[in-house]
Design a protein around this ligand. Structure first.
Ligand SMILES: *[C@@H]1O[C@H](CO)[C@@H](O)[C@H](O)[C@H]1NC(C)=O
Ligand SMILES: *[C@@H]1O[C@H](CO)[C@@H](O)[C@H](O)[C@H]1NC(C)=O
Ligand SMILES: *[C@@H]1O[C@H](CO)[C@@H](O)[C@H](O)[C@H]1NC(C)=O
Ligand SMILES: *[C@@H]1O[C@H](CO)[C@@H](O)[C@H](O)[C@H]1NC(C)=O
Length: 209
């Protein structure tokens, strides 16, 4: 009898694993615990498969495209919002930029170099690097997307443990556009920058959560 139950459990296991993991979305696998619907994954780790594009929603309900997922180290990279053409305004500006809920299992990792553009003068009082040789100048000068931000006051900082890991702020009267580069190496040329916002997630405590 015990043997029969064991065999039954073993035969069910692969099925359970399959049911737990969500189906692919476009070209991306959706590893556990990420969840695109109530039937798979863990709903605390909600992501959205909209028209074959995997997306993550901010606390304000703005959708950011997921560019890559690294399940072995609980990380994913989302696309920074577009800077609207010929302006220096991020597409999520009206929502205050990117913000995750405080209770979200996701947070912003400390491998993001954030660049803020079109900042007002009072930002100079902050500890950010807004000097004329700050890295953000290179983006303004060389990258098409940054062209609307040319000659604006811009600042660069590493999103490290000293800052909130739940938001990147954009606002009128502060800085109106931003982008982020993941794992920037010292001296790396602007052409090899990997644009994105890297998030990490806290692993679920158990599979039956
Ligand atoms: C879905 O994606 C296809 C191909 O990229 C595009 O042509 C179509 O307009 C999209 N539909 C919606 C509703 O976004
Ligand atoms: C820069 O920000 C101000 C508001 O602070 C805005 O009015 C202006 O349009 C922005 N500049 C560009 C080029 O978008
Ligand atoms: C700002 O960044 C530039 C370029 O990385 C660097 O040369 C400069 O020393 C930094 N300034 C401050 C005040 O940290
Ligand atoms: C961010 O998430 C990681 C992993 O989930 C966790 O170890 C870290 O303490 C979190 N950091 C903050 C500031 O919440």
């Amino acid at each position: 009898m015990v043997m029969a139950i064991l065999l039954l459990l073993i035969s069910l296991m692969p099925v359970l694993t399959l049911a737990d993991t969500c189906p692919r979305c476009g070209s991306l696998d959706v590893p556990y615990p990420l969840s695109t619907n109530g039937n798979c994954g863990n709903l605390k780790y909600r992501v959205y498969c909209n028209n074959d594009t995997l997306q993550l929603s901010s606390a304000e309900g703005f959708y950011y495209r997921i560019l890559s997922i690294s399940p072995s180290d609980n990380k994913l990279v989302i696309s920074p919002p577009l800077i609207e053409k010929n302006t220096c305004l991020s597409s999520d500006l009206s929502l205050g930029g990117f913000r995750l809920d405080e209770n979200s299992p996701f947070n912003i990792s400390s491998r993001n170099t954030v660049m803020l553009f079109n900042c007002s003068e009072n930002i100079l009082l902050s500890p950010l690097n807004c000097s004329s040789n700050s890295l953000c100048r290179q983006l303004e000068d060389k990258v098409v997307e940054g062209s609307g931000c040319r000659n604006s006051l811009c600042c660069t900082f590493l999103k490290d443990a000293s800052m909130t890991s739940h938001r990147i702020r954009a606002r009128v009267g502060g800085c109106t556009a931003y982008t982020s580069v993941v794992d920037m190496q010292p001296g790396e040329s602007v052409d090899s920058w990997k644009y994105g916002i890297e998030l990490q997630w806290l692993a679920p405590k158990s599979l039956v959560e």
